[in-house]
Design a protein around this ligand. Sequence first.
Ligand code: G1P
Length: 302
Amino acid sequence: MGTRFLPATKATAKEMMPVVDKPLIQYAVEEALAAGCDRLIFISGRGKRAIADHFDVAFELEKELERRGKEQLLDEVRNIVPQGVSTAFLRQPYPLGLGHAVLMARDVVGDQPFAVLLADDLILARRPVLTQMVEQYNRYHAAILAIQEVPPEETNKYGIIRSKAWEDRVHQVSGIVEKPAPDHAPSTLGVVGRYILPARIFDYLEGLPSGSGGEIQLTDGIAALLNERQVLGYEFEGRRFDCGDKFGYLQATIEFGLRHHAVGKQLAEYLHQLATGGICSYVADEPKPIPFPKAKTKTRAA
Ligand code: G1P
């Protein structure tokens, strides 16, 4: 529900928050496309209609860009979803958890292996992370979870695996728990929002009781899948930003901004100026925003 970003997310989906000039969800879509996915399934809740609009044809906008001769923008707007790629939009009626959301895609996915991408985990990588994971999948034909070392005091924010190091960057998973307290965590290897899973997971998600936080957890489905399938943890190459969190989002904005063809150089100069001018410090006593003036109440003259 994007509560950590209220009021920004009051009327719009957190996945539509822009990092520089693209909404988070578009970064996830581009990563999926780069990895060879040709069917995109969006599972969202009420109040997230903007996501479907973003990936639809914007007739009036396109006509206007055409009229103004803005060819490059027109191209960008038109090719967000390239030809030959299909989209499906599903709505989860109640926020019952990630496992429940994934289960909603069962009929559309069929019996193929599929990838899950959580758009608020934005990853800066030379080779897109899902592409790296598909390579691992092609090698091992196992379920693949993106993992990274997390600070020991933050295990309660992640699915945490129990595993044995196997090959370079690859771990054999023998257990997984959702958001364990630091003193109960089996390791400090946390799952990041990228998964490649076999369709068999749906059988386990079906009828799963609610778990951590009262939600139906994908992690619990994976824990059940472990009884019969090989699950691998893959330490991806790249840097992940938790864009569901204000600080992570700001970091991502700076890092992606620095790499942006149009504003990168200017932003780098600006940050340099801030840092060397000694003004790159916490500004606690900035002028406060001006409150909306209260309606004046008339005082009657005596
Ligand atoms: C979800 C998963 C969790 C995973 C995390 C990665 O949690 O349930 O296992 O580690 O994404 O971002 P959420 O952050 O949605 O609570």
